[in-house]
Design a protein around this ligand. Structure first.
Ligand code: ADP
Length: 617
């Protein structure tokens, strides 16, 4: 099978390339960009397809010659006078022709097809992974995935048809015209007229097929988007008994897909009817004209036979070519739709001269930060805050006050609209994103885990850590003992057990401990706690808090919390309201001040700060 391997390895789909944040947004440049590594293969393929077509034509021409030869000689003389020629032709058909055909197929099926799709999918996925969080927030995961899935095969199909059918057919048509013209130039006339009409039909069809297919493809991506949205949120769907509502939601998209598909299929039916009519015309005119020429004595039987064979063959082929052409344009429509995702520019990028962030003390300074998500309300407004190395700061405020926004900006999930955030004097917008995020450990309220093993989830904190380091982290997070008892349905146990999508197979407390182990392993100098324990019941929470305090030691900490037990222990407390800092100080000083914080405190219930708007102010 080294023959296959040779062809399969001609192009490496994972070869290095210049990564761009702004891939081409127009169809041709886009295709050229992605298909550039296949240029050489395309040249070879073009030549071989033309060669294969030429051989076909020559064989048909030879059929005519054979018939003429048969009718011109007697059976006894035939073999002796033509044997050399016949043996050469038979030898060619038995050896050279299959070899040429085989190389052509190997180039198409083995060198090109599997690699085109793979290259496109790999690069597209890589590009999409580079998109910012907000880019993902603005789309359906299912729709994005659908485009990543369907664009590569569409691309493969376009190139395949381009060589398999189109190059071949053009070569064939040219050959056929020559052949007929050589036999009798008058026979080429109906063929030329037919070719003109056929071209017209092709033009009519492909102009409509592209947009129709793009619309259908878009509708299909929307179906995936909606369906996947329902499945990933199945807990909410069931909780609210909304199966029917979800079905209708999906149905709307499914119906849109049907109508767009119906329109596309109408085009194919019309094309088909036109094609059959045209082909009838071709057969009748070429064969009829041939017979007429034979009757008036200006053509041989061989010419009529070759004409009949050629038109019958073209009759079959024209349908195939038409289909190939429409396939190309249909798939171009799919590609154009996929490009909306694949060619979407990445707008949150590292500066060209971005350096890695260097953290020594983990001093955070936030200067006049304003970020309103491109609107004139919401978000944060002119926030300034100094967080000293090793200090812990609690953020308090009603929901919508801007706490999460501040944290997202610290992680540079968004580019800051106005103001600066500095870590140890370095503007976080000027350092590389990877280095920035590698210095921040985040524990969230509902840490979602990856649908992989416990080990992979913990190692996510610092890939390449040793088994001992990982277990050490799990022990510190008090996760080691329960991890050892885990077993998944496939019988994998302990650290190898799979946690289910987003970690659904673990209890809230267990999930939080695995997430903590991940952050402990990461051992970043800055720690962000985003309602880290809010999802847990009090007993578990108290446990986890103790662990957390251990982790916090020596780190600069920013915590959003509603729990008094967490907040009261912070060195510094900042109260946010409608995006502004309204108070700051220690727990004691804020109580003394008797402002918003004191109100939250007075209205506390069950160990929570009463940050609901109605209670608070
Ligand atoms: P908190 O975490 O205090 O509850 P947030 O920071 O989530 O508050 O939200 C602060 C304000 O910013 C809210 O008014 C919210 O509507 C707005 N906001 C948050 N995220 C976005 C977003 N991705 N796009 C637009 N507005 C947002």
């Amino acid at each position: 099978m080294s023959m296959f391997r040779f062809f399969e390895k001609l192009v490496d789909p994972y070869q290095p390339y210049t990564v761009s944040n702004t891939p081409p947004r127009l169809l041709w440049p886009f295709l050229q960009d992605y298909l550039a590594p296949f240029k050489k293969i395309f040249w070879f393929l073009g030549c071989f397809s033309a060669l294969v077509a030429a051989i076909e034509i020559v064989l048909i021409w030879y059929l005519g010659r054979l018939i003429t030869m048969l009718s011109d000689t007697t059976p006894t003389e035939f073999w002796s006078s033509h044997k050399v020629e016949l043996i050469v032709v038979a030898g060619f058909i038995l050896t050279l022709r299959p070899i040429i055909q085989a190389i052509n197929t190997l180039l198409q099926n083995n060198a090109m097809l599997p690699n085109v799709g793979t290259l496109v999918r790999y690069r597209a996925h890589r590009h999409v992974l580079g998109q910012s969080v907000s880019w993902f927030d603005n789309d359906f995961a299912g729709r994005i995935a659908n485009r990543i899935m369907q664009t590569p095969p569409a691309m493969g199909e376009v190139v395949f048809q381009a060589f398999d059918a189109i190059t071949f057919s053009i070569a064939y048509l040219i050959g056929a015209i020559f052949l007929l013209a050589e036999a009798d130039s008058r026979l080429a006339i109906p063929l030329l007229i037919w070719a003109g009409l056929y071209g017209g039909l092709v033009f009519w069809t492909v102009r409509r097929v592209g947009p129709a297919s793009e619309a259908f493809s878009d509708a299909r991506s929307a179906v995936t988007g909606r369906v996947v949205d329902s499945y990933t949120n199945i807990h909410s769907v069931k909780m609210f008994s909304q199966d029917n509502q979800e079905l209708n939601y999906g149905l709307e998209a499914i119906e849109k897909a049907r109508t767009t598909f119906q329109y596309e299929m109408r085009l194919y039916t019309l094309m088909d009817i036109g094609l059959v009519a045209l082909n009838g015309l071709l057969v009748v005119s070429v064969v009829g004209l041939g017979i007429y020429l034979w009757i008036i004595g200006s053509a041989s039987v061989g010419v009529v036979a070759a004409g009949a064979a050629l038109t019958t063959r073209m009759n079959g082929m024209s349908g195939w070519i038409m289909w190939a052409l429409t396939t190309v344009f249909r798939q171009l429509g799919v590609i154009r739709e996929g490009m909306e995702t694949i060619s979407s520019p990445i707008d949150l990028v590292d500066l060209p001269d971005a350096k890695p962030l260097q953290i020594e003390a983990a001093h955070i300074s936030i200067l006049n930060l304003t970020h309103r998500y491109g609107r004139n309300f919401g978000g944060l407004e002119d926030v300034s805050l100094e967080i000293k190395p090793g200090q812990s700061v609690g953020l308090v405020g009603a929901s919508g006050a801007g706490k999460s926004t501040l944290i997202k900006l610290l992680l540079r999930f968004y580019d800051i609209e106005k103001g600066i955030i500095q870590f140890d004097g370095q503007n976080i917008s000027h350092v590389t994103q990877d280095s920035l995020r590698s210095q921040i450990g985040v524990v969230q309220q509902d840490s979602s885990l990856l649908h992989r093993s416990v080990r992979e989830n913990i190692l996510y904190g610092r890939p390449g850590s040793s088994e001992e380091e990982m277990i050490e982290a799990a022990k510190k997070a008090e996760a080691h003992d329960f991890i050892l008892t885990l077993e998944d349905p496939e019988g994998r146990v302990g650290y190898d057990a799979q946690v289910g999508e987003r970690g659904v197979k673990l209890s809230g407390g267990q999930r939080q401990r695995v997430a903590l182990a991940r952050v402990i392993l990461k051992d970043a100098p800055i720690l962000v706690l985003d309602e880290a324990t809010s999802a847990l019941d009090s007993a578990v929470e108290a446990d986890i808090l103790e662990t957390l305090y251990g982790v916090m030691a020596g780190k600069t900490v920013i915590a959003i919390a509603h729990r008094l037990s967490t907040i009261a222990r912070m060195d510094h407390i900042v109260v946010l309201d409608e995006g502004r800092i309204v108070e700051e100080g220690t727990h004691e000083s804020l109580l003394k001040e008797d402002g918003a914080y004191a109100t939250f405190w007075r209205h506390q219930s069950g160990g929570f700060l009463a940050t609901k708007k109605t209670n608070a102010v």
